[in-house]
Design a protein around this ligand. Structure first.
Ligand SMILES: [Zn+2]
Length: 390
């Protein structure tokens, strides 16, 4: 009876209003400005017994940890989501991106799907659990993070707290259309540069053309074998040369050319090893191609992350979904990098990625989220809290 009442407290209308309120905070990152949004969430949860702690990053930027205390017999369940959003871009929007218009059972705006709708669903779920006054054996933590879209600033701060060692599981409400993601590929972005010697464009024989050197490097790079084990859910390691820059003027032989390569790695691929392999590859080419001088620099990386389907937290989540929400949850590949890339490698904590919203709408114009999906997600989070904490 108690539980039925708790689930009945979760209303799509409340989640929609909250999503709309959150969309109206412009948290475009950079610069972020997440602080007012997370303060708003803290004020929302405080009346229901949550202890709210702000982790300050810099001016106008903060991450929220809102805690509903349990007895401490079990580790905490963390409901986690980021509140920063990507820039609106040049595309035209049917509804203004920061007004949070609610229409036709949808909330419209930048960040509605990625992922203020998911955050709102978690807040309303956490509130319902608090109101049900269940005896909790572990803490329920709502974490609203800053900086996910650029460098995972908030997640890194959270994972660094001593308290994080005591987490039982993390659920991240990134948009997956309420399907469960347990594994994601890593991000590995090297920049490769070739160096030449300038000369007047009319006397190329006096220079060394860095662009033409890069052509040779790229054709060899395409043939380079990079070992990996195909993953049953994530598929293959991929690589793609996505930017190239070289030269200053049509009549000057270029002395420098750089490319950026987007590599997506699989569990089992070690990034340090991959960098060594690429360094050795360039060193070999320098020995083979006359006048070639090249360097490599890793500009950004996130490790691959995977939680076993057999992990206790995953089994509890799936059984909670079945028992309380009569839902079978399909398991999918997470198409993008999430804060699991911080939590899994640093804490070894089981991390489940499941949230409302179509992942294809993330970072797109005319982003929206369906209210019914948010309500369903909120019920799944509340069910998980019951299963894992009581
Ligand atoms: Zn996101």
């Amino acid at each position: 009876m108690e539980l039925q009442h708790m689930f009945a407290q979760i209303s799509g209308a409340e989640i929609a209003r909250l999503t709309s309120d959150l969309v109206r905070f412009d948290t475009t990152n950079p610069p972020g400005n997440e602080r007012p949004a997370v303060e708003y969430i803290a004020d929302y949860l405080k009346p229901f017994g949550f202890e709210c702690h702000l982790i300050e990053h810099e001016q106008q930027r903060a991450t929220l940890q809102a805690r509903l205390k349990g007895s401490g017999e079990r580790g905490a369940l963390v409901l986690n989501g980021h509140v920063d959003v990507v820039p609106v871009g040049a595309g035209s929007w049917q509804y203004p991106p920061f007004e949070g218009v609610i229409e036709d059972g949808k909330v419209w705006g930048r960040g509605s799907a990625d992922m203020k709708g998911g955050v709102a669903a978690m807040i309303v779920a956490a509130k319902a659990v608090a109101q049900a006054k269940l005896p909790l054996k572990g803490d329920l933590i709502l974490a609203a993070t800053a900086g996910e879209e650029v460098n995972m600033l908030g997640a890194r701060s959270l994972a660094g707290l001593p308290d994080a060692r005591n987490w039982q599981a993390v659920i991240i409400s990134e948009p997956t259309s309420n399907r469960l993601g347990l594994a994601e590929r890593g991000v590995f972005w090297p920049e490769i540069t070739t160096y030449g010697k300038t000369a007047h464009g009319s006397t190329p024989e006096l220079g060394v053309n860095a662009v033409m050197m890069m052509v040779k490097v790229l054709s060899e790079l395409e043939k380079l074998e990079i070992p990996f084990q195909p993953h049953p859910v994530l598929g293959n390691f991929t690589r793609s040369v996505n930017t190239i820059q070289g030269g200053v003027k049509v009549n000057v032989v270029p002395d420098q050319c750089s490319v950026m390569v987007d590599m997506r790695t699989l569990p089992g691929q070690d990034h340090a090893e991959l960098l060594r392999l690429l360094e050795a590859f360039l060193a070999r080419l320098e020995g083979e191609i006359p006048n070639l001088k090249a360097s490599i620099r890793l500009t950004y990386e996130l490790p691959p992350a995977e939680t076993s389907q057999n992990a206790e937290a995953v089994q509890k989540f799936l059984s909670a979904a079945k028992t309380h929400c009569t839902t079978e949850i399909p398991i999918i590949k997470v198409p993008f990098a999430t804060e699991a890339a911080v939590f899994v490698p640093t804490l070894g904590v089981p991390t489940l990625i499941l949230g409302p919203g179509d992942p294809a709408l993330a970072h797109q114009p005319n982003e929206f989220i369906e209210v019914i999906e948010m309500e369903k997600a909120a019920k799944l989070y509340a069910a998980a809290a019951v299963e894992m904490l009581s």
